[in-house]
Design a protein around this ligand. Sequence first.
Ligand code: COA
Ligand code: AMP
Length: 624
Amino acid sequence: MGYTDIYNEARDNPERFWLERSQLLDWYVAPRQALSVDENAMERWFAEGVLNTCYNAVDRHVAAGRGQQPAIHYDSPVTGASETITYGELQNRVAVAAGGLRGLGVGKGDRVVIYMPMVPEAVIAMLACARLGAVHSVVFGGFAAAELAVRLNDAAPKVLLTATCGIEATKTVEYMPIVAEALALTSVTDIHVVVLQRPQLDWVLTEPGYSSWQVLSEAPAAADCVPVAATDPLYILYTSGTTGKPKGVVRDNGGHAVALAWSMSAVYDTAPGEVFWAASDIGWVVGHSYIVYAPLLMGCTTVLYEGKPVNTPDAGAFWRVVSDYRVKVLFAAPTAFRAIRKEDPTGAQFAAYDLDCLETLFLAGERLDPPTLEWLGRITGRPVIDHWWQTETGWAIASNPLGLELLPVKAGSATRPLPGYDVAILDAQGRSLPAGEQGAVAIRRPLPPACLPTLWQDHVRFDADYLAPYPGFYLTGDGGYLDSEGYLFIMGRTDDVINVAGHRLSTGELEEVVAGHPAVAECAVIGIADALKGQLPLGLVVLKDGVEYTPDVLEADLIARVRSTVGPVAAFNRALVVARLPKTRSGKILRSTLRRIADGEDWSIPSTIEEPAALEEIAKLLGS
Ligand code: COA
Ligand code: AMP
């Protein structure tokens, strides 16, 4: 059966389709029904099923006789370290770490926050939580103390797992001061902190409530897998919304494991024993799904890479890793390849390695711009597949379904909706738009397995943000269109979310930080086009009356403020002082017109504008 038949089967009989796929897993109690509705009137998958995600990702492969197979290749050009961990070793280390967590009082349903670099201990910690039925929440290492604190407050963990440092190319990022500051900012008490001492940075642990990693690596008793309901949460992953408060996306156990295991064959065309590498970070959804859970659920070997696409040491870094570990499928963000192309436009580095093993490249995290698609296809000679998804869904919504059928590629399109996703393009009134017309991209309910059922302790926000705008649909927040052949083109966010180097950021959040500066009366932050990172934030700032501030000094202050509050990853490097912000008569800042001006696109003065001169002044300032 090809893509169309399978897509239709999933759409016409989701119950039967997903129940069949649930057999990809080992269950303590196998579900007899796929779909039901929970107390929030939200559709849920496999509600009666009982399983353990860690068992399915680790133990069952050992039980099947594959204990000697590599589960993880850890490769760290920034430290010179590398390590291969077999499934058998992984099982032992995860079971001991789970025993250690249990010793710290962590049990089913308890939260554990993981603020760690890309080291095997971080993956082991995630799996150890899953083993106990505890809920992990990984916080990306590039976030600053205030961001960590917001997440600690919301998740209220019993334990925070961290390390002495991360390594960013040649820079050592000290975690302990960030952790101490975050803990001082949180209202949650009694958090036990466990610290991995990295050889690159020693830390003398003197504070009460802190332990060294030995409590997890040398715990006296290993813990076995704890059966959990399919609908119990596996993790919370915070992502940017349109306000300063991030959204705690909740992932369940059963639906997640089923969809991810299936995606490894249907989307990525991989089989047990093959090597799959997602060059992302465990702090993002791509890292959760395709560094950790999906490859291990499938019994593949995953690569954990602590490095960058360039500068660690050069633009051949990705190709070296693919060659060393015989990677079959490489998944990365377009920005990473733009960085490689900038340094190695002719692909000389690609040609320097033995890359017979590499069959396909998958890209996501931001729109795959046609020049990058063309370049990558040309230098690698492999299929380059753009696929579109988001933290909320946990796996791709639209992709070229390689494992079902390789469909013709159209530049600028993430190809067709995957089985399980019924994508519609809606106008402001919620009417379906015909082919070729751009509107809000929505998914008809039920969402397939793995998609979020709620936001952590905030179902009201979940309803308001995603479900209420269009009854019967989930609103993705992206705009786009379907063409006459059903290909989906994602054109960008319709809300105040921007995408910087594949990282999702909220301009609302950045505005809150900038507006908090004592000299700032008001501000707007917009995402402007950038050839390397896709988008970069630009701050437009109005000073308070009577305040004297040299623009350069203010800009430096604001940059420092965003770095220390949100984190360096926001790449907030530019702020301009303006006399006033252009607004509509109802007081809304004209952000999209500002963005068009900054990007050098055609623009006109909207009829709703209060003071046209405000826009003209900024256009002059931006040279447009
Ligand atoms: N811990 C601490 N700091 C981090 C960090 C982490 N895990 N990740 C990034 N940072 C810091 C960087 O050191 C940098 O700090 P600086 O301003 O002091 O130099 C800043 O955050 C921005 O980092 P980054 O976005 O990595 O930009 P860069 O200019 O250093 O590198 C690229 C550019 C394109 C090479 C890089 O952005 C990249 O690899 N992008 C791919 C992203 C990706 O895989 N996204 C996954 C989504 S699927
Ligand atoms: P995140 O939740 O961080 O994964 O970011 C999700 C958002 O990134 C989506 O809503 C899109 O705006 C954007 N995105 C991710 N992948 C793609 C893609 N292949 N094409 C276009 N936009 C994408």
